[in-house]
Design a protein around this ligand. Structure first.
Ligand code: DAK
Length: 259
């Protein structure tokens, strides 16, 4: 466990890494430094064979209220371009292991975009999702216009992005942005419980299945089906496929090695 004054807390249990944003004084605003710490931690867990799933949370009060406005308020176009933030977000997008977001409280702007880089979103009833960048003179810049629109559709996304309206956890669930809504007390525990279940699945199949689902946003249906089929066939070169099918036929639980 990292020290309590650290920007980012991490711990691991049962092959799950739990990563906690920890700038409560500014509602976990995503400063450049925090983003860099987050990316380093996630890339480290992505490389670590003892970890199979990550849970990302901001604690039980707030997920993240967006990028740090104080970092950007006086920036010029050139400053923004030189910070090359897009490259940071691409590194999060490139994480291959499943990531579950446990979202309580505000999940806004870059915070909502961060949650949408995750693969599953468990929301507390207190969660509020939004892209309020319009209120500070800008617009989403880390995929909000694209990922939110794909998740909830054009007409709901337009209201959220053009008018800065927050969606409650229940509205976000009804619209398709959220996997499950639970109480605030259950939120992290539910995300960890789900992560521990997923962590028992074969890691290579998990990685390729995540890749295939994400490809659905990038490809035509026929190209996506073709891609899926190739990934499916490739799994027949893994020990875990042999073990999984053999264990089924022998009516025992499979033990997956990630090979
Ligand atoms: N940045 C910096 N500080 C923030 C912050 C933020 N995003 N959100 C809150 N804080 C700070 C407040 O300034 C306040 O600090 P003190 O005054 O105590 O020093 C403290 O956190 C508590 O906030 P409030 O006093 O405002 O708390 P309330 O409960 O009254 O209101 C709120 C909560 C979430 C409604 C409010 O804080 C709020 O509206 N926050 C801003 C939300 C927002 O506009 N988010 C979008 C930020 S822009 C990029 C990619 C992505 C982005 C940028 C670039 N590239 C690829 C280039 C992303 C941009 C954004 O996310």
């Amino acid at each position: 466990m990292a020290p309590m004054n650290d920007l980012l807390l991490t711990r691991t249990e049962n092959r799950v890494a739990i990563v906690t944003l920890n700038r409560p004084d500014v509602l976990n605003a995503l400063s450049v430094e925090l983003m860099d710490r987050l990316i380093e931690a996630m890339e480290g867990f992505d490389r670590d064979p003892s970890i199979r799933v990550m849970v990302l949370t901001g604690g039980d009060k707030v997920f993240a209220a967006g990028a740090d406005i104080a970092d950007m308020a006086q920036a010029s176009v050139v400053d923004m371009m030189q910070r090359n933030n897009l490259a940071r977000w691409l590194r999060i997008k490139a994480i291959r292991k499943p990531i579950i977001a446990a979202v309580s409280g505000y999940c806004l702007g870059g915070g909502c975009e961060l949650a949408m880089h995750c693969d599953i979103i468990i929301a507390a009833e207190s969660a509020k999702f939004g892209q309020p960048e319009i209120n500070i003179g800008v617009m989403p810049g880390a995929g909000g216009t694209q990922r939110l629109t794909r998740a909830i559709g054009k007409f709901k996304a337009m209201e959220v992005i053009l008018n800065g309206r927050f969606l409650s956890a229940q509205e976000a669930f009804d619209a398709g942005l959220v996997t499950r809504v639970v109480t605030k007390e259950q939120c992290l525990a539910e995300a960890v419980r789900l992560a521990e279940q997923i962590a028992q699945r074969p890691p290579v199949a998990l990685q390729l299945a995540k890749e295939a689902v994400l490809a659905a946003d990038e490809m035509s249906l026929s190209a996506g089906l073709e891609y899926e089929r190739k990934l499916f066939y490739s799994l027949f070169s893994t020990d875990d496929q042999k073990e999984g099918m053999k264990a089924f036929l022998e009516k025992r639980k499979a033990t997956f090695q990630g090979r």
